[in-house]
Design a protein around this ligand. Structure first.
Ligand code: IMP
Length: 430
């Protein structure tokens, strides 16, 4: 059976929700493998809207196993609230349908406070984080002082873990002018949620291995996008996890051979939330128009997304770092009505032409996009369900994108409706 990884191939918000839902209908297991509740996935099924942050998209469809892997950082209070909210919409969630890896790090309230306190400091450049404690929690994981799901099961271990974390955090907080953490209150809060959270705890690596051996179809659901990857993104303006496809294996406990198809989700233009370089960003009426037509507002923070032309250099790069087998091109309809469309095909760096984004921040800032112009189309592509429904210039645009990024289109999405999709290659096909 084919297992599919879905990753964002730009800066997130590529429209993964619809594609993941479309694929999850045919998956047996849907697993999150990185990130946390900084993600915002909106699903519309049968006219009902579900808003998910930490839960895998598979939870809203019956008969599947949803998995939160060890690569995720988990705010337990947020998770339990999210479960309640989804349950209130009539969805059944139980330990049989949702499993959380025992080795998943927990986001605690002081992680969020630290995240927000750092962002509020004006002396250093802001990252523009979601303020949800994602970075500080990953720091603690790597610093070997994080509290993990399994630690909740034994009170003596929990106290040791809390003390280890507080030694570090109280020193840090003193420097930032934040009050000391109330140890007893934190322990009491953790003890209070432990029984409910532990109901979902499982050795996910084992469950996933058994599912794979039993020939189940696994869908690995990525969050954020490849340009926000901690190693390959526009550092330091990135999130704190590996968002690229290789993380699907590490973040759930399977070997890399478990991945058969990597689907990169790519928006027909480019957007970014938060700070950081963005070579094709538009500060003009074309940018405004992309934002309005594409309804480009962040689902988690409500921030206006920055908009720009399609950057083929960046997407070629992320298709390489994630080993993308095929892309799902989304929001093509947002480009309807533009007289001319621009595709970034290279950068000019101090008079030299580059075919990739350099790593050094000062060089990134000096990269001037080199554009190729294509004629737009006046007919609507919204709701197209076959190539024959698309204007000739829209097809030319898509074909040119494929050539430039050196990766084929597997799916084309032409509206938020799940059936407004053109299927070229089935990622789940054996
Ligand atoms: P953090 O993940 O909250 O640490 O934020 C780091 C960067 O990633 C910021 O630029 C955020 O705007 C961005 N980011 C985090 N999650 C998402 C997402 O789900 N979509 C798009 N951008 C995100």
């Amino acid at each position: 059976m084919a297992n599919v990884v879905v990753v964002g191939a730009q800066w997130g918000d590529e429209g993964k929700g619809k594609i993941v839902d479309w694929l999850s209908e045919r998956a047996d297991v849907v697993a999150r493998f990185q990130g946390g509740h900084n993600a915002g996935h909106t699903l519309v099924i049968g006219g009902v809207t579900y808003k998910l942050n930490a839960l895998p998209s598979g939870v809203v469809r019956g008969g599947k196993l949803s998995v939160i892997g060890n690569g995720v950082v988990l705010d337990p209070w947020h998770l339990l609230k999210e479960i309640e909210a989804i349950r209130a919409q009539g969805v059944e969630i139980s330990p049989e349908t949702l499993m959380v890896a025992e080795n998943t790090p927990l986001i605690l309230p002081f992680h969020g406070e630290l995240d927000r306190a750092r962002e509020a400091q004006t002396a250093v450049a802001k990252i523009g984080t979601t303020g949800r404690g994602i970075g500080p929690c990953y720091e603690d994981k790597v610093g070997r002082r994080v509290i993990r799901v399994a630690d909740l099961a034994d009170d003596a271990t929990l106290e040791l873990r809390v003390d280890r974390a507080l030694v570090h955090h109280n020193a840090l907080r003193a420097g930032l002018g934040l009050s000391e953490i109330d140890r007893d209150a934190l322990l009491a809060d953790l003890r209070a949620i432990a029984p409910e959270l532990l109901r979902y705890a499982a050795p996910v690596w084992k469950v996933m291995t058994e599912a794979r051996r039993a020939g189940k179809r696994i869908l690995f659901e990525g969050a954020q996008g490849a340009l926000l990857d901690i190693d390959f993104g526009t550092y330091p303006f990135v999130t704190s996890s590996n968002t690229i496809a290789g993380q699907a294996a590490t973040g759930t406990g399977l070997g890399p051979g478990a991945i058969d198809f990597v689907l990169g989700i790519v928006k027909a233009y480019t957007t970014r939330v938060g700070e950081g370089p963005f070579p094709t960003e538009l500060g003009d009426s074309d940018g405004e128009r992309l934002g309005e037509r594409g309804r480009e507002f962040g689902t988690v923070t409500g921030r206006k997304r920055r908009c720009g032309w399609f950057d083929a250099v960046l997407v070629r790069q992320t298709c390489a770092t994630s080993g993308v087998s095929g892309i799902a091109l989304t929001k093509l309809d947002v480009l309807d009505g533009f007289e001319t469309l621009r595709l970034c095909v290279g950068y000019d760096l101090d008079g030299q032409r580059l075919d990739y984004l350099p790593t050094a921040a000062d060089q990134q800032a000096r990269c001037v996009p080199i554009y190729e112009d294509l004629p737009g189309w006046s007919d609507s592509t919204e709701g197209a369900r076959s190539w024959a429904d698309l204007p000739a210039n829209a097809i030319k645009y898509v074909r040119r994108v494929e050539e430039l990024i050196q990766c084929p289109v597997a799916l084309l999405s032409t509206s938020p409706e799940r059936d407004d999709t053109i299927l070229v290659t089935d990622p789940f096909a054996d």
